[in-house]
Design a protein around this ligand. Sequence first.
Ligand code: SF4
Ligand code: SF4
Length: 143
Amino acid sequence: MYSKIVILHFPPEVAQKALVCQLIKKFDLMFNILSARISNKKEGFMVLEISSANRSGFNKGVNFLKDQGVKISNPEHQIFKDEEICTHCGACTAVCPTEALYIKRPEMEVLFNKEKCSVCELCILTCPTRAMGLFSKATEEVV
Ligand code: SF4
Ligand code: SF4
């Protein structure tokens, strides 16, 4: 079994297509969506774990996505905080084990210090507005 986590960036013109589902039908791949978001510009971002019986099947599926206009890269996981969505409720600060998320007083503003983040993802599970998410930087081409 070959398994790899990749980041998919869907330009607006392909963001509405169910391309990922076709990985199952066309290439017999399995996938697990770790994170998915659509930006204000209608671009889609998805962190996906793709599993295949072998590397060849994985490459075929990834090349199919590329042919459809999806940009694919390897992940370097990071946590992001969407400041437009955050309501500063403070729930994430109660679960953050490293104090990367903390309350600035007296403003009572929830701030995020990326340097202290261990990417445990507890804040993602806790945030009621889904302001916290997994972000990934493109590091290299996948295939
Ligand atoms: S739990 Fe979510 S909405 Fe609440 S302060 Fe944290 S990031 Fe903001
Ligand atoms: S991923 Fe974990 S360490 Fe990082 S901000 Fe969220 S709760 Fe804190």
